[in-house]
Ligand binder design. Structure first.
Ligand code: ATP
Length: 479
């Protein structure tokens, strides 16, 4: 291929990206004191039906979790916020929803069949298996087996993390396929088709949200490391030479996404990969790390994948995956910048970050302890709770009427079980931004309701007819 013309303004990001501070590749991962520990989060999620073990009645399945009604809503909200920022608000990114099962050659071309492995060791006393690079160590720094205390392990061997299955009725190598371990490859394989049909010009991106599967040796830390999870990935195709500027641009964009959704900046950091850690396809990668209670750990990876993937798929498929730029009459293989985030990890980080136990003064003037999730409104599973003061026959029809008024516009929950204080606490615990209470004054005097704000706990009296407007003005449903 001939030398490409110089990169100019139109190849580059719209404005110079803000320079974000980066920690050293080997920065200390100790989390330090935290507002909450993992056991408390796990317990809250179970008790409120957000997230619980898969197949629990059979004793569960390791590395698999189910999201109950509120957890499913939280996850949907995380994905919706991502799609809004990454696709809807942009003219230069289009969406894809590709099949999980792909042609097996895809994973040969991508390098996964050969290299998507973790080092596996086995304790020689109890035969428990561990990831060699994630072993527990004693004070002297020597790895030990948390199961039996053993200190002898087999030599590490490469263990491929891809799940395999078979298509059709025969189970032999000709029908073997892989469960995708990442969503990214479909964006490369479909690059030419999507580019042509969407009439996008480089620089542009293809984004996808969907399930991925990894046979992790040691799933752990609740939903942080699981065997079945969802990814939110975007492949942004750029002119070679413009890749470094776009890498910086996407790091800044992704940082802003987390902060825009209320994450505390002191709990986020950017850590570049050191040379030894860098994947075979990457020129540079940074992780966006979150200060989880167990350690600073990866939330999202943002990689400069160069032209590795398109070249490999062109080579393995025999199809041309280069891009023709009409303006310059040039043909080239684009470079790719990839922000790759996990839905479960993000949801967990948002839960941890928003969790507070606090003493607050209730409207009655009484001091009370409460647990509250100060979730961004866009992420809150329920936006408004409608609560009749009691189950009194006089109150219920009006409370139902209020709920019916709001339901078409917002996710509401009608709750009349238990004391009003208890119901406020239940809503605080799952992060509901507003509670609307219907009392006797509502039905006997003013057709107005009390609206309680989750964070300030302040209360306003609002006419029922004004309620949709009042809530629309205060709910921050977009970032
Ligand atoms: P790790 O080093 O933690 O195994 P990774 O670097 O292999 O992660 P990527 O391949 O970069 O992860 O995947 C992108 C994102 O997908 C991760 O940042 C994470 O949010 C999510 N992810 C990856 N593996 C898992 C998993 N086993 N469970 C939950 N989320 C995951």
């Amino acid at each position: 291929m001939t030398e490409l013309a110089e990169v100019t303004e139109r190849d580059l990001p719209p404005s110079p990206p803000q320079a974000l501070a980066r920690v050293a590749p080997d920065a200390d991962t100790t989390a330090g004191p935290h507002d909450v520990d993992m056991a408390t989060i796990v317990e809250l999620c179970k008790r409120r039906g957000l997230i619980f073990q898969s197949s629990e009645i059979y004793g569960g399945l390791r590395g698999a979790w189910d999201f109950g009604p509120l957890g499913a809503a939280l996850k949907d909200n995380v994905k919706a916020a991502w799609k809004r920022a990454m696709v809807q608000l942009r003219d230069d990114v289009v969406a894809l929803d590709a099949a999980i099962l792909m042609h097996p050659r895809v994973w040969e071309a991508s390098g996964h069949v050969e290299g998507f492995t973790d080092p596996l060791v086995e304790c020689t006393s109890c035969n428990r298996r561990y990831r060699a690079d994630q072993m527990e160590s004693n004070k002297a720094g020597d790895p030990y087996c948390p199961e039996c205390g053993g200190k002898e392990f087999t030599e590490p061997r490469a263990f491929n993390l891809m799940f395999r299955t078979f298509v059709g009725p025969t189970e032999d190598t000709s029908s073997q396929v892989w469960m995708r371990p990442e969503t990214a490859q479909a964006m490369f394989v479909d690059f030419a088709h999507v580019q042509l049909t969407s009439r996008q010009k480089v620089p542009f991106g293809i984004a996808q949200v969907g399930k991925s599967f990894r046979n992790e040796i040691t799933p752990k830390n609740f939903i942080f490391r699981v065997r079945e999870f969802e990814q939110m990935e975007m492949e942004f195709f750029v002119r070679p030479g413009a890749d470094e500027a776009w890498h910086d641009y996407w790091i800044a964009e992704r940082w802003d996404w987390y902060i825009g959704l209320g994450m505390r900046p002191e709990n986020l950091r950017i850590r570049p990969h050191g040379t030894a850690e860098l994947s075979h396809y990457a020129k540079a990668t940074v992780d966006v790390e979150y200060r989880f209670p167990f350690a600073w750990s990866e939330l999202e990876g943002i990689a400069n994948r160069t032209d590795f993937d398109l070249r490999r798929h062109a080579q393995f498929s025999g199809k041309d995956l280069s891009y023709y730029e009409q303006e310059r009459d040039e043909r080239y293989v684009p470079y790719v910048i990839e922000p790759a985030a996990g839905v479960e990890r993000s949801a967990l980080a948002f839960l941890v970050d928003s969790y507070r136990e606090e003493t607050a003064t209730a409207a009655s003037g009484k001091e009370e302890r409460r647990t509250v999730l100060r979730l961004h409104h866009a992420l809150a599973p329920i936006k408004v709770a409608v609560l009749p003061l009691s189950r009194n026959d006089k109150l219920v029809p009006t409370a139902r009427e209020v709920n019916d008024l709001l339901k078409p516009r917002l996710v509401t929950q009608y709750d009349d079980a238990g004391s009003i204080g208890k119901r406020y606490r239940r809503q605080d615990e799952v992060g509901t931004p507003f509670c609307v209470t219907v009392d006797f004054q509502t039905v006997e005097e003013d057709r107005a309701v009390t609206v309680r704000d989750r964070d300030s706990m302040s209360q306003d009296r609002v006419a029922i007819e004004q309620l949709p407007r009042y809530l629309a003005d205060r709910l921050d449903l977009f970032t």
